[in-house]
Structure formats: C-alpha cells, structure tokens
Design a binder for this molecule. Structure first.
Ligand code: SF4
Length: 179
C-alpha cells in the first residue's frame, strides 16, 4: 500500500494535479474489513492531506461511532484523490484516470463491505444509474464484496431531514459488520 501511495502522490495523470495542494490517498488499517468511499477531497482535505476532515469529517466520525467504528478500524478514501476546484463533482475523465488507485487499494485491503458516501461514489462503484434517494441502504454484491450507499455527510449537513433515513442505513451496516 505504501508503494501505491507514493505512486499516487506523484501522479499527474489528470488536470486535478495542477490545482491540488495535496494528494489525499486514504487512511486506515491494511487490510480492512470495511471501506468508506467518498467522491473527492474538499478544501480542508486538500490542505491537510487527509480524507473527511472539517465539519463533514466530524459528522462522519459521529456516524462511524453509531456503528461502533472509528478511523482506527476502517479505511476511508475517495474516488478521486485530488480536489476538484470549487468542490464540483469529479468529471468522468478524472474518475477514469484515478479509479485504478481505488481498484488497487481494494485489492490490497480485501474488504467484506464497501460503503459509498453519496451519489458519485455509488454511481461509480455500484451502477452508473444509481439513484441515491431511492436506493440508499440497499445491498449489492460485486466480486465477493457487499456494497451499499448512504448519503454523503455534506448532504446531511445541508439537509438534516435526511438523517433519520441515514440512521436506519447505519444500523443495517452495523448488522452486516457484526455478522
Ligand atoms: Fe492522479 Fe487521481 Fe490526482 Fe488525477 S485525481 S492527478 S488521476 S491522483
């Protein structure tokens, strides 16, 4: 994983390399039974080089604690490892350029469960026409790994009305973790 990290930190395969401060590769134990995948780093993550810091990161920590997890026992990363300017969605070409890093991370981590945080990760990892509003909390088997998607913590900060649904999804994840 450290070799992969070094390669990723030197990557210039897409234009996001020109505007980034840091490559945000991912954090957590190796291997890991459960992996959380967001869409891409934001401003704070870009500055600190860590995924999910700031307000959304604090909420993710609270969500992890609901399922008896913390950053010490799950892996956290993103579809693209460099920040899209103005926090726009990562473009298809940027995702295509970067997805190999995540695929290699998953091969090394050998997780049982992958939780997509938000629509972009779910559309990339579960199905291109994934509808987060209708399909969050459902489970999908892919190559021996169980995938699900929940709302991105930033979406929950913008719209707290989504939190009860996410709480139910977290309980479903907790059940799977303990199986
Ligand atoms: Fe390389 Fe991914 Fe960063 Fe693009 S986003 S420069 S592919 S590490």
């Amino acid at each position: 994983m450290e070799e992969l990290r070094k390669r990723c930190e030197a990557c210039t395969a897409c234009p996001l390399s020109q505007t980034r401060q840091s490559v945000v590769f991912g954090v957590g134990p190796v291997p890991a039974d459960i992996v959380f995948v967001g869409e891409g780093p934001g401003a704070q993550e870009d500055l600190q080089g860590e995924p999910f810091v700031g307000a959304a990161g604090k909420l993710l920590d609270d969500m992890l604690s609901i399922i008896d997890l913390g950053r010490h026992n799950c892996y956290i990363t993103n579809i693209v490892k460099c920040r899209p300017p103005q926090n726009r969605d990562p473009m298809q070409e940027e995702q295509d350029a970067c997805i190999g890093y995540l695929e290699q991370q998953l091969r090394i981590l050998q997780p049982k469960l992958v939780v997509c945080l938000g629509r972009i990760a779910a559309m990339r990892l579960i199905r291109p026409d994934f509808r987060i509003t209708r399909e969050h909390g459902q489970w999908f088997e892919r190559g021996g790994i169980a995938y699900t998607a929940i709302y991105h913590p930033s979406a929950l900060l913008r719209d707290p009305a989504k939190r009860p649904e996410t709480f139910a999804d977290l309980l479903s994840i907790k059940k799977r973790v303990n199986q």
